[in-house]
Design a protein around this ligand. Structure first.
Ligand SMILES: Cc1cc2nc3c(=O)[nH]c(=O)nc-3n(C[C@H](O)[C@H](O)[C@H](O)COP(=O)(O)OP(=O)(O)OC[C@H]3O[C@@H](n4cnc5c(N)ncnc54)[C@H](O)[C@@H]3O)c2cc1C
Length: 571
């Protein structure tokens, strides 16, 4: 029998080489934080990031992997042992151990200001190395709800709910959820049929009735629910956004029934339900006729920002898995990572992840400025554009990157206990559709460009990022500038010709976002040492996406760039 031991030894050494701390495994994170958030802010948050990077590797990932592998999915428990309706969701105890580690990181307690935005961004990026992990969605929904209540809620709502929404102790916190989607439409929220009527006893309280079709974090303590107040106009304009506690007496369900939990492609250990509300008691967050604005600006924008952060964390993990595997695996007598075609795949994965991180950290900077009151009109307009456009593109890139990672691992890449990649792939697919499908986000960006004149601000900001990269950006900088130049008249045509836009704006937006990402990446590279590989990654990215007709075969620098991109940042 041939000796199979060397092959197994290679795999064992790969396993042994995997990171024990995801913060330390990604020096690029510290670099981008230092340049965007400032060295002082980085110093303040770094111990917490390092602790959590370790916790993700030691606590979160192993528990999530086992829960998924053993199909330990949440279970709906409609009644207690003596037949009373409780509408509970039961999880394996390991699920709650993960929750304790996540909440203990302080990500829910991060202040809604400039530094807090960066800290939440960084912690959530680390968490997403384990995919959705059953807790990423609850974190996102809780942050969104806490922003909504803090910024729009009445003093009574704030006093009653804020302390536990900002709690670090998982066992004492309030977890949030957000229910907009109904069976007749998730994209078309204006078609919401759920109704709200004033409560006959409590002044300021309402009763919510109707069916919600996609309700993630069905086990949350506090639901944010969109519903139409009696007599309000049709469409999004008439909607209210209500805070509905799971229970009003501390035990029994507040006027709702879970029909069933959904059996999903990904995010499997997260409880997503179909729920019927029948007279649930709730309070409007902000003016009752301004609910759609609250839902979009506080809940959905938070979700879309963090969705992009999560997609980026998933990409980084896929790269770490694939690149380390390629260093240890041998085929045909040589390391898999020495085949030029594999090297190119890895370098492209890395460039895509770094580009996604670059645009997402820039978005985080804009959010922090808005929260601190440091943003001017231009910042606000670029934020409005980027929060939607960035979610769209990063979620697509995440699926592409994980798919390539699976290919690098070969057949083993498809095996559930061999690596997290199958799970990350499933989660990335879900990240693509929730918080807005691609077409819908593109349509939203288009409408905002027409209505608020965003395009000029975005182009100016992109060019400013590019000029901050300076002369060092060289031919890459010029290629991005040329791409923006060529795109501008096309975008302008779309703004005045709706029919043209309906057919072509999505393609144009792809290109514009690639230019945004390239400009951010080049700006980062300009302040980094050459040996980080960032400039090479940026160059690969520019050539792949922004130089029309670029063919690596005719590009004498291509293979050197691949090597330089991989030589930087270990992993
Ligand atoms: C796992 C999971 C969990 C979720 N959890 C929640 C939750 O907790 N709360 C919640 O409210 N929702 C949740 N959702 C719902 C999610 O937000 C919706 O699925 C999403 O908004 C899309 O809505 P839809 O599924 O009804 O698709 P549809 O709106 O039916 O869209 C179908 C297709 O039509 C396209 N389309 C629609 N309108 C346009 C247009 N104007 N132009 C071009 N194309 C268009 C879409 O892009 C899509 O490809 C969840 C979804 C998933 C998958």
């Amino acid at each position: 029998m041939p000796d199979s031991q060397p092959g197994r030894d290679d795999l064992a050494s790969w396993w042994a080489s995997r990171p024990t701390n995801y913060y330390d495994a990604t020096p690029n994170l510290a670099r981008v934080l230092a340049s965007r958030a400032g060295a002082e802010n980085l110093r303040t948050m770094e111990p917490r990031l390092r602790d959590f990077g370790r916790a993700v590797a030691a606590v979160v990932e192993p528990a999530v992997a086992v829960l998924e592998r053993h199909r330990e999915q949440p279970a709906h428990v409609g009644y207690d042992a003596i037949g009373r309706s409780i509408e509970a969701v039961e999880f394996h105890p390991a699920y709650h151990r993960v929750g304790q580690a996540v909440w203990a990181s302080g990500m829910l307690a991060a202040p809604h200001d400039g530094r807090g935005a960066f800290e939440l961004f960084a912690l959530f990026y680390l968490l997403s190395h384990a995919g959705e992990g059953g807790h990423a969605c609850p974190v996102v929904c809780t942050v969104g709800l806490s922003r909504a209540v803090e910024r729009r809620g009445s003093a009574e709502l704030q006093a009653q709910f804020m302390p536990r929404l900002r709690e670090r102790d998982y066992d004492n916190c309030y977890r949030g959820s957000q229910f907009l989607t109904e069976v007749q439409g998730g994209s078309d929220v204006g078609a919401n049929a759920a109704r709200a009527v004033p409560d006959s006893e409590q002044l300021g309280a309402w009763r919510i009735s109707g069916e919600k079709w996609f309700c993630s974090v069905a086990d949350a303590d506090l639901f944010a629910v969109t519903a139409r107040p009696e007599g309000a106009p049709d469409g999004t304009r008439g909607l209210g956004c209500f805070l509905v506690p799971r229970t009003v007496d501390g035990v029994f369900p507040n006027g709702y029934r879970i029909r069933r939990l959904k059996d999903k492609l990904g995010t499997r250990i997260l409880a997503s339900a179909e729920i019927d509300f029948d007279g649930a008691l709730g309070w409007p967050i902000g003016p009752v006729d301004d609910g759609f604005r609250v839902a979009v600006e506080e809940l959905l924008n938070t979700s879309r920002w963090l969705n992009a952060v999560g997609s980026t964390g998933i990409m980084r993990r896929a790269y770490l898995e694939a690149s380390s595997f390629a260093r240890h695996r041998r085929a045909f007598g040589r390391g898999v990572g020495s085949f030029p075609v594999v090297r190119e795949q890895l370098a492209v994965m890395k460039a895509e992840e770094q580009a996604a991180l670059a645009s997402t950290v820039a978005l985080t900077d804009l959010l922090g400025r808005l929260d601190d009151g440091r943003a001017d009109d231009a910042h606000a307009n670029v934020y409005r554009f980027l929060v939607n456009a960035n979610k769209y593109l990063t979620s697509i890139s995440a699926t592409d990157v994980v798919r390539t990672g699976i290919e690098v691992l070969g057949g083993n890449g498809t095996i559930e206990d061999f690596s997290p990649l199958p799970r990350l792939y499933r989660d990335a697919m879900v990240f693509e559709s929730w918080e807005g499908t691609h077409n819908v986000l593109c349509a939203q960006v288009y409408r905002d460009c027409v209505r608020f004149g965003l395009l000029d601000h975005v182009l100016r900001w992109t060019r400013a990022e590019l000029s901050s990269a300076g002369e060092g950006a060289g031919a890459d900088g010029r290629a991005v500038a040329a791409a923006v130049e060529a795109l501008e008249p096309r975008l302008q045509r779309s703004l005045t010709d709706g029919e043209h836009a309906a057919a072509h704006f999505r393609r144009q937006l792809d290109r514009l976002m690639r230019a945004v990402q390239a400009a951010c990446l080049l700006a980062e590279a300009a302040v980094e040492d050459a040996d980080t590989g960032k400039a090479a990654a940026a160059s690969l990215f520019v050539r792949r996406h922004l130089i029309p007709g670029h063919d690596p075969e005719d590009d004498a620098d291509w293979r050197d760039l691949v090597d330089e991109a991989l030589a930087g940042d270990a992993g």
